[in-house]
Design a protein around this ligand. Structure first.
Ligand code: NDP
Length: 283
């Protein structure tokens, strides 16, 4: 029977360390780290994510500034806000909540965030740095996945890893991080043939698909480390992942649940990246 590794518990431990660190900065520095969160529109899911991020900042002592715009603002007004945050020396990290409402040029807006404040790791410069193996900001979900594998006691080097999903937000960067950690990585997607067969060879299986309970025992090798990134609703409207948890649990060495798995680690890594941005400025 696999071990269930809760991201919520790991995140709590990491937040306690961050809190102590920030209490130290409160005593020795003129200010503490500060995250700017920019939201356009009133999408309920985005509003709830933004609130969660603000609360998480507050809990560890990171300051946050919330810039909330109606979706009637222009691309130029949004870009002015990003530029002002870039120039504001009291802001360390900038998070542009995605997706932007229809009609906005997301790629261009993201490219205007200063790479040194890009705590979501989505600026082309940081994407490039990850691929070149250079220091930069890495997207929060992939970072959280790497922390979860560490917590599982998984030695990555030499292992065979399969990532289902190739998005720029999750699949592609986590595959790169696994490769940088010397795993042999296969990236699968909607056109992959014989998907269960490919996945069944994996020592590490990361599911970042967005299809409720798609990954069952047919996809999982005995003793595999299974990370479930998906956030879906099942037939009863309850949250569930991409992995059929009950079906896979007996096979896995360790597995993350949904909820309380990758999600809490994503927010935790946003805090970590914001502290890093602040510390880099101090240096
Ligand atoms: P995207 O929709 O951008 O990407 C999904 C990927 O899954 C694509 O690469 C797609 O392939 C692939 N895919 C879709 N259907 C299949 C299939 N039947 N077989 C194999 N591959 C398939 O999603 P994201 O990467 O942004 O997110 C993935 C999931 O993770 C979602 O449920 C999302 O809500 C969740 N998520 C969770 C986070 C957290 O913090 N827990 C954070 C971010 C996302 P193709 O490229 O060919 O289209």
């Amino acid at each position: 029977m696999g071990r269930v590794v809760y991201g919520s518990e790991l995140a709590e431990k990491l937040r306690a360390t961050m809190k102590e660190k920030i209490e130290g900065y409160q005593k020795t520095q003129e200010r503490v780290p500060c995250l700017a969160v920019i939201l356009v529109g009133n999408n309920p899911a985005s509003l709830s994510y933004v609130k969660g991020k603000e609360k998480a900042c507050e809990a560890v002592g990171i300051q946050s500034q919330f810039f909330h715009f109606e979706e009637t603002i222009s691309q130029e007004e949004l870009e002015e806000c990003i530029k002002a945050c870039n120039e504001n020396v009291e802001i360390d990290g900038i998070l542009l909540q995605l997706p932007l409402p229809k009609g906005f040029d997301e790629t261009h807006a993201l490219s205007l965030i200063s790479p040194e404040k890009d705590v979501d790791g989505l600026h082309p410069m940081n994407v490039g740095r990850l691929y070149l193996g250079q220091e930069g900001f890495v997207p929060c979900t992939p970072l959280g996945i790497m922390e979860l594998l560490k917590e599982m006691g998984c030695t990555i080097e030499g292992k065979s890893a399969v990532v289902i999903g190739r998005s720029q937000l999750v699949g592609a960067p986590v595959a790169r991080l696994l490769q940088n950690a010397n795993a042999t990585v296969t990236i699968c997607h909607s056109r992959t043939k014989n998907l269960p067969e490919v996945c069944k060879k994996a020592d590490i299986l990361v599911a970042a698909i967005g299809k409720a309970k798609m990954v069952n025992h047919e996809y999982v090798k005995e003793g595999a480390y299974v990370i479930d990134v998906g956030i879906n609703r099942n037939e009863d409207g309850k949250l569930c992942g991409d992995v059929d948890f009950d079906d896979v649990l007996p096979l896995a060495e360790a597995i993350t649940p949904v909820p309380k798995g990758v999600g809490p680690m994503t927010i935790c890594m946003l805090l970590e990246n914001t502290i890093q941005a602040y510390e880099r400025k101090l240096k």
